[in-house]
Design a protein around this ligand. Structure first.
Ligand SMILES: NC(=O)C1=CN([C@@H]2O[C@H](COP(=O)(O)OP(=O)(O)OC[C@H]3O[C@@H](n4cnc5c(N)ncnc54)[C@H](OP(=O)(O)O)[C@@H]3O)[C@@H](O)[C@H]2O)C=CC1
Ligand SMILES: O=C1O[C@H](COP(=O)(O)O)[C@@H](O)[C@H](O)[C@H]1O
Length: 490
């Protein structure tokens, strides 16, 4: 994924500029890219939303967001002021053709006509088509324009198709950048490096040597201020359909011809299309869904999901799916995909469990070698191997562990995923964005499970907040001879 760090001057137009995502992630990401020298002096950030605000009022909100959300080591008052000089605001309902589009035009017209324009839709996806239509109607979509679509791209295959069709009426596919912030995580990209730059892994990366792969993204947070979105989504739509299937694709893909966008995306979509379907009648045995009930986290009592919501709900806050990739490389190797809210700890990781050695040389049998790819936190990898137990009189085996870090060589912090992605959109570099066929293949695979769960064809389990999940998940993984990472000795 080689590309230049340089960017030409750009105008970043954010729809949804007063929202949580803009304040928490997008503005800090652009600031940090200015800090490291990737944002040219002429660049501008033009926020838009319906809230009636003057430029000064919006800039004050942006300043507060930067002061709140930037890590202390990145905060620099002078640089914050330099950044804020780039920030503009237009009060605009993106869905209404008779609103303040002239105001947006007046701001955009201050730049040369061939300036790169990135339209970032940080709003509900139902607005995407209408905003695109208005951008087209007022002649804002130039050949140098791109559009970034926030997730979720739909809630099922049909709605994803409708959103994609709606935006495609006005933008070419090569102008459309569908965000999956997991792909912007440097550690997720490390899956490619670990697999293909290291013969010791590349040579054994198949069913012949690998027993199973588990992919987990667990969080301690509940649904926070996003209950109205989350309750219509649930864990499967929120995390598995997008982020975790992308991680699975990177773990399972064949070597791409090169690291150009379409080579990598072709390799990933081939994995998604090779996922063995889980028909509705098998959903009860191939998945687990659960909701947290009240429990305890870091010594403090935590309410259950229904209490937080203040309503009844059939929405899962925990989901596990067992996937098989039906290619010769992955013959019958289970991939366990798991996500949870209100888990014991925040962790995203990939655990590769290798087949046990068949050697009968030793007094004790070997246990499985294991590669742990820590996507976050403590970004790095661990390798657990069989070694001799030096304290034993005989030739007994035990696990010896090696540890590596994914830290930048210059000692800086790992950049936030939005930093990389927002600037890649400016550069017109789509490798870390999802192509339309990937989105649709992922929805096609999860859809029977969504339907079976909606029809209550699989039970809803429960787990206390602050635990690793329901007992049912432990029994589930044992049926294919595996255990969750937290239940392993190291
Ligand atoms: N927050 C997060 O952590 C994440 C969010 N996302 C996705 O990003 C999107 C935005 O999320 P988030 O910031 O949390 O949502 P918020 O509800 O906090 O913000 C929504 C934004 O959209 C604006 N808006 C609403 N209607 C219109 C309209 N008709 N025209 C122009 N602007 C409009 C709102 O401002 P106003 O009311 O002033 O118009 C506000 O700025 C959602 O699709 C969400 O699913 C994805 C991943 C994580
Ligand atoms: O997209 C989402 O991701 C976050 C988790 O992201 P992470 O980078 O902290 O792992 C999740 O909290 C949110 O519900 C979901 O919409």
């Amino acid at each position: 994924m080689a590309h230049s760090q340089q960017t030409a001057p750009f105008d970043y137009v954010i729809f949804g500029a007063t929202g949580d995502l803009t304040m928490r992630k997008l503005l800090p990401a652009l600031y940090n890219q200015l800090r490291v020298g990737h944002v040219p002096e002429e660049a501008r950030i033009i926020g838009t939303a319906r809230s009636s605000l003057s430029r000064e009022e919006y800039v004050a909100r942006a300043r507060e967001a930067l002061e709140t959300f930037l890590p202390a080591e990145h905060r620099d008052d002078a640089l914050i002021e330099r950044f804020l000089q780039k920030v503009h605001y237009v009060t605009l309902d993106g869905t209404k053709s008779d609103h303040n589009w002239d105001d947006l035009k007046a701001v955009l017209d201050q730049s040369p006509a061939d300036r790169i324009r990135v339209f970032y839709y940080s709003t509900a996806p139902q607005l995407f088509e209408a905003i695109s239509e208005n951008l087209h109607r007022f002649g804002f979509i130039t050949p140098q324009s791109r559009v970034v679509l926030e997730k979720p791209i739909g809630t099922d295959s049909a709605s994803a198709r409708a959103i994609n069709d709606g935006v495609s009426r006005f933008f070419e596919e090569n102008q459309i950048f569908r965000i999956d912030h997991y792909l912007g995580k440097e550690t997720v990209q490390d899956i490619i490096a670990l697999r293909f730059a290291n013969p010791i892994f590349n040579a054994v990366w198949s069913a012949e040597h690998i027993q199973s792969i588990q992919i987990t993204a667990a969080e301690t947070v509940g649904v926070e201020g996003r209950a109205s979105y989350y309750d219509t989504s649930g864990a499967l739509r929120d995390m598995i359909q997008n982020h975790l299937l992308q991680v699975l694709s990177l773990c399972a893909m064949e070597a791409p011809a090169d690291l150009e966008a379409d080579s990598v995306r072709d390799a990933k979509v081939n994995v998604l299309k090779a996922l063995r379907p889980i028909p509705e009648e098998k959903v009860a045995s191939e998945t687990v869904r659960a909701q947290y009930v009240k429990g305890e986290l870091k010594g403090k009592p935590v309410p259950g999901y229904l209490e937080e919501l203040g309503d009844d709900s059939n929405t899962e806050t925990y989901a596990v799916m067992r996937a098989y990739v039906d290619t010769p490389r992955w013959k019958d190797v289970p991939f366990y995909i798991r996500t949870a809210k209100r888990s014991t700890r925040k962790v995203s990781e990939v655990i590769v469990t290798f087949r046990k050695s068949a050697s009968s040389l030793f007094r004790t049998s070997a246990t499985s070698d294991r590669l742990v790819i820590r996507l976050q936190p403590d970004e790095g990898f661990g390798l657990a191997l069989n070694v001799k137990n030096p304290a034993a009189a005989g030739f007994d085996l035990q696990h010896g562990t090696m540890d590596g870090k994914f830290a930048p060589a210059d000692g800086s912090l790992i950049p936030d995923s939005y930093e990389r992605l927002m600037l890649d959109a400016v550069r017109g570099y789509p490798a870390l964005f999802i192509r339309r066929d990937e989105v649709e293949a992922a929805w096609a695979w999860v859809e029977p499970t969504l339907k079976a769960w909606a029809a209550n064809k699989a039970p809803m389990a429960h787990y206390p907040a602050g635990s690793y999940g329901p007992e049912e998940a432990r029994r589930f993984i044992a049926t294919t001879g595996d255990a969750w990472h937290e239940d392993m000795a190291d």
